[in-house]
Design a protein around this ligand. Sequence first.
Ligand code: MG
Length: 210
Amino acid sequence: MLKIISFDMDGTLVSSRYVESVWLERMPELYAARYDLELEEAKERVYDEYMTVGSGRLEWYDLMYWLAYFDIDETRESLMNRYLDRIEVYPEVEETLQMLSEYDLVVTSNGARAFVEIEMDGIEHHFVALFSTTSDFKKVKGSPEAYFDLCSHLGARPEEVVHIGDHRYFDYEVPMEAGLRAFYLDRERMESGPDVVHDLREAAERILGM
Ligand SMILES: [Mg+2]
Protein backbone atom coordinates (compact mmCIF):
# COMPACT_ATOMS: atom_id res chain seq x y z
CA MET A 1 0.00 0.00 0.00
CA LEU A 2 1.61 3.20 -1.21
CA LYS A 3 1.65 6.06 1.31
CA ILE A 4 4.56 8.33 0.55
CA ILE A 5 5.98 9.81 -2.62
CA SER A 6 9.55 11.00 -2.54
CA PHE A 7 11.02 13.36 -5.11
CA ASP A 8 14.60 14.13 -5.97
CA MET A 9 15.26 17.88 -6.23
CA ASP A 10 17.77 18.96 -8.90
CA GLY A 11 16.77 17.85 -12.38
CA THR A 12 13.48 16.55 -11.00
CA LEU A 13 11.49 19.37 -9.33
CA VAL A 14 13.81 22.19 -10.34
CA SER A 15 16.25 22.41 -13.21
CA SER A 16 19.97 22.16 -12.52
CA ARG A 17 20.56 25.73 -13.69
CA TYR A 18 20.82 27.16 -10.19
CA VAL A 19 23.21 24.59 -8.72
CA GLU A 20 25.32 24.65 -11.87
CA SER A 21 25.59 28.44 -11.61
CA VAL A 22 26.96 28.10 -8.09
CA TRP A 23 29.27 25.12 -8.62
CA LEU A 24 30.35 25.30 -12.24
CA GLU A 25 30.23 29.03 -12.88
CA ARG A 26 30.76 31.10 -9.75
CA MET A 27 33.18 28.80 -7.96
CA PRO A 28 35.66 28.85 -10.89
CA GLU A 29 35.27 32.65 -11.12
CA LEU A 30 36.21 32.98 -7.46
CA TYR A 31 39.05 30.50 -7.94
CA ALA A 32 40.35 32.45 -10.94
CA ALA A 33 40.32 35.67 -8.93
CA ARG A 34 41.98 34.02 -5.93
CA TYR A 35 44.84 32.47 -7.92
CA ASP A 36 45.03 35.02 -10.71
CA LEU A 37 44.13 32.62 -13.50
CA GLU A 38 42.17 32.79 -16.71
CA LEU A 39 38.63 31.56 -16.24
CA GLU A 40 39.08 28.55 -18.54
CA GLU A 41 42.15 27.40 -16.62
CA ALA A 42 40.34 27.89 -13.31
CA LYS A 43 37.37 25.88 -14.56
CA GLU A 44 39.62 23.01 -15.57
CA ARG A 45 41.32 22.93 -12.16
CA VAL A 46 38.12 23.26 -10.17
CA TYR A 47 36.32 20.57 -12.17
CA ASP A 48 39.34 18.27 -11.83
CA GLU A 49 39.28 18.76 -8.06
CA TYR A 50 35.56 18.00 -7.95
CA MET A 51 36.07 14.82 -9.98
CA THR A 52 38.88 13.68 -7.70
CA VAL A 53 36.37 13.65 -4.86
CA GLY A 54 33.43 12.39 -6.93
CA SER A 55 29.70 12.41 -6.30
CA GLY A 56 29.84 9.28 -4.12
CA ARG A 57 31.45 11.20 -1.26
CA LEU A 58 29.86 13.64 1.17
CA GLU A 59 32.42 16.39 0.49
CA TRP A 60 31.15 16.71 -3.09
CA TYR A 61 27.93 18.28 -1.77
CA ASP A 62 29.51 20.51 0.88
CA LEU A 63 30.04 24.10 -0.24
CA MET A 64 31.84 25.00 3.00
CA TYR A 65 34.30 22.19 2.37
CA TRP A 66 35.16 23.50 -1.09
CA LEU A 67 35.45 27.15 -0.04
CA ALA A 68 37.89 26.10 2.66
CA TYR A 69 39.73 23.65 0.39
CA PHE A 70 40.23 26.29 -2.31
CA ASP A 71 40.96 28.90 0.37
CA ILE A 72 38.35 31.27 -1.05
CA ASP A 73 37.18 34.10 1.15
CA GLU A 74 33.45 34.07 0.42
CA THR A 75 30.55 33.04 2.58
CA ARG A 76 28.30 30.19 1.61
CA GLU A 77 25.32 32.54 1.93
CA SER A 78 26.59 35.17 -0.48
CA LEU A 79 27.52 32.47 -2.98
CA MET A 80 24.14 30.79 -2.69
CA ASN A 81 22.10 33.99 -2.76
CA ARG A 82 23.75 35.30 -5.90
CA TYR A 83 21.72 33.26 -8.36
CA LEU A 84 18.31 32.95 -6.74
CA ASP A 85 16.73 34.22 -9.95
CA ARG A 86 18.05 31.11 -11.69
CA ILE A 87 15.95 28.68 -9.67
CA GLU A 88 13.56 27.18 -12.22
CA VAL A 89 10.72 24.93 -11.10
CA TYR A 90 9.69 22.64 -13.96
CA PRO A 91 6.37 23.66 -15.54
CA GLU A 92 4.44 20.49 -14.64
CA VAL A 93 5.42 20.47 -10.96
CA GLU A 94 2.50 22.40 -9.47
CA GLU A 95 -0.12 20.34 -11.32
CA THR A 96 1.66 17.06 -10.49
CA LEU A 97 1.90 17.79 -6.80
CA GLN A 98 -1.79 18.66 -6.72
CA MET A 99 -2.65 15.40 -8.49
CA LEU A 100 -0.76 13.50 -5.80
CA SER A 101 -1.96 15.52 -2.82
CA GLU A 102 -3.70 12.51 -1.22
CA TYR A 103 -0.24 11.10 -0.50
CA ASP A 104 2.41 12.40 1.84
CA LEU A 105 4.97 14.10 -0.39
CA VAL A 106 8.61 14.50 0.57
CA VAL A 107 11.84 15.68 -1.06
CA THR A 108 14.90 13.46 -0.83
CA SER A 109 18.02 15.08 -2.24
CA ASN A 110 21.75 14.49 -2.08
CA GLY A 111 22.12 18.26 -2.10
CA ALA A 112 23.03 20.01 1.13
CA ARG A 113 20.05 21.08 3.23
CA ALA A 114 20.79 24.77 2.63
CA PHE A 115 20.49 24.23 -1.13
CA VAL A 116 17.32 22.20 -0.89
CA GLU A 117 15.65 24.79 1.36
CA ILE A 118 16.49 27.62 -1.02
CA GLU A 119 15.29 25.70 -4.07
CA MET A 120 12.00 24.73 -2.38
CA ASP A 121 10.89 28.33 -2.15
CA GLY A 122 7.34 28.56 -3.47
CA ILE A 123 6.57 24.82 -3.55
CA GLU A 124 7.43 23.87 0.03
CA HIS A 125 3.78 23.89 1.14
CA HIS A 126 3.17 20.69 -0.86
CA PHE A 127 5.63 18.67 1.20
CA VAL A 128 5.41 17.14 4.65
CA ALA A 129 9.18 16.83 4.96
CA LEU A 130 12.38 17.44 3.15
CA PHE A 131 15.52 15.41 3.53
CA SER A 132 19.06 16.11 2.53
CA THR A 133 20.59 12.65 2.78
CA THR A 134 24.09 14.13 2.97
CA SER A 135 23.26 16.74 5.64
CA ASP A 136 20.67 14.74 7.60
CA PHE A 137 21.84 11.12 7.30
CA LYS A 138 25.50 11.67 6.32
CA LYS A 139 24.90 9.34 3.40
CA VAL A 140 24.77 9.70 -0.36
CA LYS A 141 21.79 8.17 -2.19
CA GLY A 142 24.32 5.74 -3.68
CA SER A 143 23.79 3.40 -0.73
CA PRO A 144 20.52 1.64 0.14
CA GLU A 145 21.13 2.70 3.75
CA ALA A 146 20.26 6.28 2.77
CA TYR A 147 16.80 5.00 1.74
CA PHE A 148 16.49 2.84 4.86
CA ASP A 149 17.16 6.00 6.91
CA LEU A 150 14.53 7.84 4.87
CA CYS A 151 11.95 5.13 5.57
CA SER A 152 12.73 5.02 9.24
CA HIS A 153 12.38 8.83 9.49
CA LEU A 154 9.04 8.52 7.70
CA GLY A 155 7.90 5.63 9.88
CA ALA A 156 7.17 3.71 6.69
CA ARG A 157 8.11 0.36 5.23
CA PRO A 158 10.12 0.54 1.99
CA GLU A 159 7.24 -0.85 -0.07
CA GLU A 160 5.03 2.02 1.13
CA VAL A 161 7.32 4.59 -0.51
CA VAL A 162 7.89 5.46 -4.16
CA HIS A 163 10.86 7.57 -5.16
CA ILE A 164 11.19 9.54 -8.42
CA GLY A 165 14.35 11.17 -9.74
CA ASP A 166 16.50 11.90 -12.75
CA HIS A 167 19.62 9.96 -11.77
CA ARG A 168 19.32 6.35 -12.91
CA TYR A 169 21.57 4.97 -10.17
CA PHE A 170 20.89 7.27 -7.18
CA ASP A 171 17.17 7.65 -7.82
CA TYR A 172 16.18 4.36 -9.41
CA GLU A 173 18.55 1.44 -8.99
CA VAL A 174 19.48 2.14 -5.37
CA PRO A 175 15.95 2.73 -4.05
CA MET A 176 14.76 -0.40 -5.89
CA GLU A 177 17.57 -2.31 -4.20
CA ALA A 178 16.38 -0.91 -0.87
CA GLY A 179 12.88 -2.29 -1.56
CA LEU A 180 11.12 0.94 -2.50
CA ARG A 181 9.16 1.43 -5.69
CA ALA A 182 10.96 3.84 -8.01
CA PHE A 183 10.62 5.65 -11.30
CA TYR A 184 13.50 6.90 -13.38
CA LEU A 185 12.76 10.37 -14.73
CA ASP A 186 14.35 10.65 -18.17
CA ARG A 187 13.61 14.20 -19.26
CA GLU A 188 15.80 13.74 -22.34
CA ARG A 189 13.44 10.98 -23.52
CA MET A 190 16.26 8.58 -24.33
CA GLU A 191 14.71 5.55 -22.64
CA SER A 192 11.34 3.97 -22.22
CA GLY A 193 9.95 1.17 -20.10
CA PRO A 194 7.52 0.45 -17.28
CA ASP A 195 9.68 2.27 -14.73
CA VAL A 196 10.75 5.16 -16.97
CA VAL A 197 8.83 8.43 -17.10
CA HIS A 198 9.59 11.52 -19.14
CA ASP A 199 8.06 14.18 -16.93
CA LEU A 200 6.44 14.29 -13.51
CA ARG A 201 2.90 14.31 -14.84
CA GLU A 202 3.58 10.92 -16.39
CA ALA A 203 4.90 9.73 -13.02
CA ALA A 204 1.73 10.93 -11.31
CA GLU A 205 -0.45 9.09 -13.83
CA ARG A 206 1.49 5.86 -13.28
CA ILE A 207 1.22 6.22 -9.53
CA LEU A 208 -2.50 6.95 -9.61
CA GLY A 209 -2.94 3.87 -11.80
CA MET A 210 -1.00 1.58 -9.48
MG1 MG B 1 18.72 14.95 -9.62
